[in-house]
Design a protein around this ligand. Structure first.
Ligand SMILES: Cc1cc2nc3c(=O)[nH]c(=O)nc-3n(C[C@H](O)[C@H](O)[C@H](O)COP(=O)(O)OP(=O)(O)OC[C@H]3O[C@@H](n4cnc5c(N)ncnc54)[C@H](O)[C@@H]3O)c2cc1C
Length: 384
């Protein structure tokens, strides 16, 4: 700590979801010590990243595929248990096994230029001065609500996927779901079992994809998002470019008319939504399944955004400031992408730390050289 009470470190990781934990694991592997050379900060109350907040009916069996964190598999998880519980317990065990010492709940409010080429990370537990920042803040904290005329006049209930409580609360109600992504279709299929009536509104015609999700398809989707980020455009979600998987449940819902889609309405009325051609739908609830945006407001003082609205990155490294690495952002916003990005970011950070100035004394002797990390073998979730 220096005299002004600012703690000096080599690396600050913001966010302890899949991306942040992967980065922390790799920082340990290259010999940096948690709480000494690096620190991981997260404002959520518990381990689990955004998964801890996902609705109880999103069971582990319903997620599209959760890639294990590096160095510790997850086995024997009951597909009927909420993914929030399963992944929360898995991440907690992971942090513990690798001694990652996540600081929580700690809010990172801003990152700005400091002295001597360091970044100042202002947090609810004080200020850190760091040589590199790995930003792993995901998107959950920034739900995207589009604005439509008349929205404030609606007398029913409006909510977003981020506050979705599960389907039972909508028993006997008319529910309109907005959004053509995976969350929207999942909400509809669940709610239709309880609601009096459901409606689905999407901006463009949804694309359903036959056949299994192949690696090749995944790669092509990631490449499309990567291209946007390279060009400084706001990233799209990977799902938005892969289309919706046509599994048995989706097929059934389509046959039952649950996924009959209406085009986007023109305005919201006190009792529903309306189109300029005279059509109206009366509804009790509007559920906005309209996605999320990267939670990067705390980086605003660094002025990383391009005129296109996105942060341009080469790999994980922000083009406008090579000290900042973005993981779980754009093309790496999936559990597998987050894992890879964590590793890539650490490689890049280590190159940076070896530049003049070197790794400060807090790093273990020989930092930058792979060291064994404790533990091996899978994590088996204890029975509920
Ligand atoms: C409903 C839903 C289902 C999904 N299903 C899948 C799936 O099946 N498979 C898949 O691969 N991907 C899925 N995804 C994408 C998924 O979110 C990512 O794959 C991955 O889990 C994101 O990890 P992350 O570490 O980037 O972000 P997160 O898990 O969101 O972690 C970010 C962390 O940063 C913290 N944070 C944010 N801002 C701050 C701040 N200012 N200060 C301090 N801490 C902060 C948060 O508390 C959080 O813990 C899904 C996404 C959604 C929304």
């Amino acid at each position: 700590m220096n005299i002004s009470g600012v703690r000096e470190l080599d690396v600050v990781v913001v966010g302890a979801g899949q991306a942040g934990l992967s980065a922390a694991y790799h920082l340990r592997r290259v010999g940096l010590k948690p709480d000494d050379a690096f620190v991981v900060l997260d404002h959520a109350p518990r381990p689990g990243g955004a998964w801890q907040f996902r609705w109880p009916s999103l069971t582990y069996g319903k997620v599209h595929g959760m890639h294990a964190l590096p160095g510790m598999e997850l086995t024997g998880a009951d597909p009927d248990r909420p993914s929030s519980e399963v992944i929360g317990a898995y991440f907690a065990a992971y942090e513990d096994r690798f001694g990652l010492r996540v600081h929580r709940p700690v809010e990172v409010s801003s990152v700005r230029e400091g002295n001597g080429g360091r970044l100042l990370v202002e947090t609810s537990e004080g200020t850190y001065a760091t040589r590199a920042l790995i930003n792993a803040t995901g998107t959950w904290d920034r739900p995207f609500w589009p604005r439509y005329p008349g929205q404030e006049t609606f007398r029913g209930r409006q909510l977003h996927t981020a506050n979705y409580p599960g389907p039972e609360e909508f028993t006997g109600q008319r529910v309109l779901v907005v959004g053509g992504g995976a969350s929207g279709t999942q909400h509809l299929m669940e709610i239709a079992e309880f609601a009096a009536e459901t409606f689905w509104v999407t901006r463009s015609e949804p694309v359903f994809r036959e056949g299994p999700f192949t690696e090749e398809w995944g790669r092509a989707a990631v490449a499309m998002v990567e291209e946007r980020v390279r060009n400084g455009l706001p990233p799209k979600s990977v799902v938005s470019v892969t289309g919706l998987p046509l599994n048995d449940a989706v097929r059934r819902a389509r046959e039952q008319g649950v996924l009959d889609r209406l085009p986007m309405f023109d305005r919201i009325t006190p009792t529903g939504v309306a189109w300029d051609d005279g059509r109206v739908v009366e509804t009790d609830v509007i559920l906005w399944a309209t996605g999320f945006r990267p939670a990067v407001d705390h980086l605003a003082p660094l002025k990383l955004r391009e005129p296109g609205g996105g942060i341009r990155a080469e790999g994980t490294r922000a083009v406008r400031d090579g000290r900042v690495h973005l993981v779980g952002y754009g093309p790496s916003a999936s559990t597998i992408g987050a894992n890879r990005a964590g590793r890539a970011a650490v490689r890049s950070v280590m190159r940076l730390l070896k530049e003049p100035g070197g790794v400060r004394a807090g790093g273990e002797a020989g930092a930058g050289v792979a060291v064994p990390v404790p533990g091996a073998g899978p994590f088996r979730l204890p029975a509920a």
